[in-house]
Design a protein around this ligand. Structure first.
Ligand code: ATP
Length: 343
């Protein structure tokens, strides 16, 4: 649905040259919810504005739904934009228009005949759960309701792609969850591709299929959300994952000696497991099979989208060869293992 190749964006200000995106390549598949996460200033908004054709890239190519958008003429640009819906952090509703008239707005611009436009606007308000608010003005709505209007408006022209620019950042956690659930329902119902940018790893965890981590104008990691949570490979991804799930092992445990004596070593490992194959039976069968001692230091089970995701820190004590065999065994059963006291 989106193919970005070697995209760069440099802003020229009177005093300096700012590279907001540097050689970014990325593919978003049709029907997926793709999240881009990064700290403030990383380049997220610039990326979404390039995809939305609000910003012209300095270099590189962006293909949306088979069409190269970086070289479109004005008229083609208008038509291409109608295939892309967008929702915003601060909703961007027209305050002088009612809820109904806000949803009608893009349909008026697209010159859809009024009866058809009105039917579509009402259908969309029904879809977002605001059928009873069509005569209200934005100032009479809560934040969550305003974003629902924003979503209805973004869907008015039947876009193939929905872009979300920090759409839940101004909302409380409960409202955030309800808006994310609505986005997921819409994604499933219409097989609509959603690209969202956020600085909140909870948003990624809640609804995204894949995530790209952007740091300092570069994409530093891309992968399935479960995979990135289980084994983040870049320091930036690791610190985002740590904001959501506790993966920290107390320093005093990390610095304990690895060697009790020649025959008895200590390995501190982190085990991650994904899906219904909970880790516990695998761990207990490891303990039965190998002559080692295993102490659980901490453990938790979380959910990423609908999939259970567990994290366990274990201290394994035994002969070095047997420790290695037991870790190989865990890996052979599909668990991710990270040795924490390798120093
Ligand atoms: N119009 C502009 N002119 C000059 N510099 C800009 C412009 N827009 C963005 N920048 C700069 O480009 C870099 C990336 O900004 P961008 O807004 O894309 O980051 P971001 O990840 O979206 O941050 P935030 O989460 O704070 O919105 C920053 O250094 C920013 O100051």
């Amino acid at each position: 649905m989106i193919k970005i190749k070697e995209l760069s964006k440099v802003y020229l200000t009177p005093s300096q040259k700012i590279t907001a995106l540097d050689n970014v390549s990325l593919t978003v598949e049709k029907g997926e919810i793709f999240g881009i996460i990064g700290l403030s200033g990383a380049g997220k908004s610039t990326l979404i504005r390039c995809i939305n054709m609000l910003e012209k890239p300095t270099m590189g190519s962006i293909v949306v739904d088979g069409q190269e958008i970086t070289s479109l003429a004005k008229r083609e640009l208008r038509t291409a934009r109608q295939k892309i819906g967008m929702i915003f952090q601060h909703f961007n509703l027209l305050s002088s228009r009612t809820v109904f008239a806000n949803v009608m707005f893009p349909l008026e611009i697209a010159k859809v005949p009024r009866p058809e436009a009105a039917r579509r606007a009402r259908e969309l308000l029904e879809l977002v759960g605001l059928a009873d608010k069509e005569g209200a003005f934005p100032s009479q709505l809560s934040g969550g309701q305003k974003q629902r209007v924003g979503i209805a408006r973004a869907l008015a022209n039947g876009p193939k792609l929905l872009l979300s620019d920090e759409a839940t950042s101004a909302l409380d956690p409960q409202t955030t969850r309800s808006i994310l659930k609505l986005l997921r329902d819409i994604n499933r119902k219409f097989n609509l591709t959603i690209l969202l940018i956020t600085h909140d790893m909870n948003v990624i965890k809640e609804i995204c299929d894949r995530v790209a981590v952007i740091d300092n104008s570069h994409i530093v990691e891309v992968g399935e959300v479960l995979k990135v949570f289980a084994s983040p490979s870049s320091p930036t991804a690791r610190s985002f994952v740590n904001t959501v799930i506790s993966r920290e092992v107390p320093a005093e445990l990390l610095h304990r000696s690895q060697v009790q004596n020649e025959q008895t070593h200590v390995k501190l490992i982190r085990v991650s497991f994904i899906g219904p194959s909970a880790g516990a039976p695998v761990i207990s069968s490891m303990i039965r099979q190998f002559d080692i001692e295993a102490n659980i230091l901490y453990g938790n089970v979380d959910r990423i989208k609908d999939t259970p995701f567990g994290n366990l820190a274990l201290e394994l004590i035994g002969p070095p060869g047997v420790l290695q065999e037991s870790m190989d065994y865990l890996r052979s059963r599909g668990l991710e293992i990270e040795v924490l006291n390798n120093a």
